[in-house]
Ligand binder design. Structure first.
Ligand code: C5P
Length: 236
């Protein structure tokens, strides 16, 4: 198997979006924790909470807790601390929460010896440009993403979640240390579902994306390991 830790290809984060633990564990038990990272989002965390994260840690997985905090600075400070207490590897907040909120999240991690990577979501990969206008933002989606990327970088965050198409530009502007995490990954036979800005794993490699988030392409697959192997091969 092609190991992303050895070859210079994007590392794979599996979005563990399931309705119950049994279905989630069916997939988790097939995955090698030294190759794949797991993303726990609002769905699984609301159902299974902190105990589930601890169980996955015991199995050796690195966890990206994708709760996309977006609230007043004090609330985000406390929530970030509570999340970091879990010993997770990565954590997300919404860049649109603004400078003070982002700085508060960063400050909350100061006291941790091994703090999680703090990542800001720029634009959801489901978002269309006309939807930006509907919420009163009258710049292009690309400019919106670049503005929020700069803000997050200025606030000392470790990287951003952004659609694949903008990733290349962001890498050039902010350098290699600033991590790029890209959801909306699809291979040719996959359905789009609610996603709008999608790219293939090969494009992710080309755009020098650090981590790709793959959800339904794997969680709904009849043979997830075979599919993951073919995704890894396609990035060779
Ligand atoms: O199933 P699919 O591959 O579309 O899943 C994408 C995952 O990435 C979901 O868990 C979703 O919450 C997450 N995500 C996203 N767009 C962002 C940030 C996170 O789709 N900007």
């Amino acid at each position: 198997m092609l190991d992303p830790n050895v070859f210079k290809i994007p590392k794979i984060i599996i979005a563990l979006d399931f309705y119950n633990k049994q279905s989630a564990m069916k997939l988790v038990n097939l995955l090698n924790p030294s190759v794949y990272y797991l993303k726990i989002g609002k769905e699984m965390f609301t159902i299974l909470g902190r105990k589930f994260i601890k169980e996955l840690h015991q199995m050796g997985f690195n966890i990206f807790l994708d709760l996309k905090f977006h609230d007043i600075p004090n609330t985000v400070f406390n929530a970030t601390k509570a999340a970091a207490d879990l010993g997770i590897w990565m954590l997300s907040v919404h860049a649109a929460g603004g400078k003070k909120m982002l700085i508060s999240a960063k400050k909350a991690l100061k006291s941790f010896k091994k703090a999680p990577l703090l990542i800001a979501v720029t634009a959801l990969t489901s978002l269309k440009e006309k939807e930006l206008k509907e919420v009163g933002i009258n710049i292009s989606l690309t400019d919106y993403i670049l503005t929020l990327s700069k803000l997050s970088n200025d606030c000392g965050l470790d990287g951003i979640v952004c659609p694949g198409r903008e990733a290349k530009k962001i890498k050039c502007l902010f350098g290699n240390k600033y991590k790029i995490i890209t959801p909306g990954i699809r291979v040719s036979e996959d359905l789009l579902y609610d996603q709008n800005n999608v790219i293939t794993p090969q494009e992710a490699k080309e755009f020098k994306i650090d981590y790709i988030v793959i959800g339904r392409s794997i969680t709904l697959s009849k043979n997830p390991i075979k599919k993951l192997d073919s995704i890894l091969k396609s990035m060779q």
